[in-house]
Design a protein around this ligand. Sequence first.
Ligand code: PMP
Length: 464
Amino acid sequence: MTATAEPRSFAAAAAAPRVLRDHLWMHFATHNGRDEADAPLIVRGEGAYLFDDKGKRYLDGLAGLFAVQVGHGRAELAEAAARQMRELPYFPLWGYGHPPAIELADRLAASAPGDLERVFFTVGGGESVETAWKLARQYFKLSGQPTKHKVISRSMAYHGTSLGALSITGIPGAKAPFEPLVPSTQRVPNTNFYRATEHADDYAAYALWAADRIEEAILFEGPETVAAVFLEPVQNTGGCFVPPPGYFQRVREICDRHDVLLVSDEVICAFGRLGTPFGAQRFGYQPDMITTAKGLTSGYAPLGAVLISDRLAEPFHRTETPFMHGSTYGGHPVSCAVALANLDILEGENLYEHVRTNEDRFRTTLEKLTDLPIVGEVRGTGYFWAVELVKDKSTKERFTPEESTRILREYLSKQLFAHGLYCRADDRAEPVIQFAPPLICDRTHFEEIEQILRETLTGAWKLL
Ligand code: PMP
């Protein structure tokens, strides 16, 4: 390319007949011809809104994919990337440092809870989960407990798609095509209180019951074999399962009792999604590691990180043994520079506080929908909410699989989008509509969400 080359435009791709787009293999999408034909083309974003190739506007109710905390089109982030590309476009972290990675690690350690003083950079969330499991395994080998290697996680929780992270994932349908996976993972119940079968009338007792299932699994497996428990602060899949008060405190005690590491998977729940820099801070517990990604750069560049306690780093400092793990692009300088500029915005514009101030309004606006017969429950925290749909509100009866396909996949997904709202109708576990809008959103956006939802849910009810 010459210095005078014109900037590349994607307008031609957008305008191209569909046959020219047939080479793209979309993620988690069926490719039977129909989805490609219907697949919308998003070409631009500005603030809380997205625009398609025809200029139609959509409210981004999911921050892309739980990522775009500061909203679309922030010139500061584009400029940070361009500056870094001019200065040092790329260098690996294999035995070398570069300024943006060092500065970002310092900044993350300073805002993390407790002694999470070490930061290992990755490219994304699943890779952070994979890294944390491998680190837990090598840590126990170095500290004289070589049989500790297993992981406990929760039913229906999503932790990524690489074979290790998928093995930790608790969604049977996401795993089945790839079995057998990495052995040594076990599932325990999540905190779906709406459908509790035990202590359904006593939230405090339910919290302890759910946490104690973790201890039961550790004892069943043998504490000398269990390395870690992976939990999201608020579990996404199934629809924003908030931890009951006391749950994480009990889990911490159990982990301490059996020398099992508590890994807080905050790929979604960090960087303000729950109104705090890290999700563990929202619920007042101390993890041994935090896995994160997405909101770290507001999705403007791929980056993940694992925050690691001093205790876990100690055997690596004491011996000559390296952590035998890394990748070409983990901690990419451009991504780190973007992350630093993103943290500047999150802190400079008080977005953590903004979320805490506005979350009740978001909740009460969504709760207006509970007058609709199809809405079973509205639940969540911060800017992270789910609306669970039911066939019968009084009995909490679920849709049949056929109804779920018809209502969620065929009707709601398309209708919400057609009405100008990008969000997610998910039926991998309970049928829910998920919301995680950019953190810059306020009352007008909540009202827009409620109004579009009301109209489409009313339409969906008529299909039953
Ligand atoms: N953990 C959690 C809790 C997630 O929500 C996700 C992605 N949604 C991942 C891990 C995997 O992240 P990625 O898609 O960046 O690999």
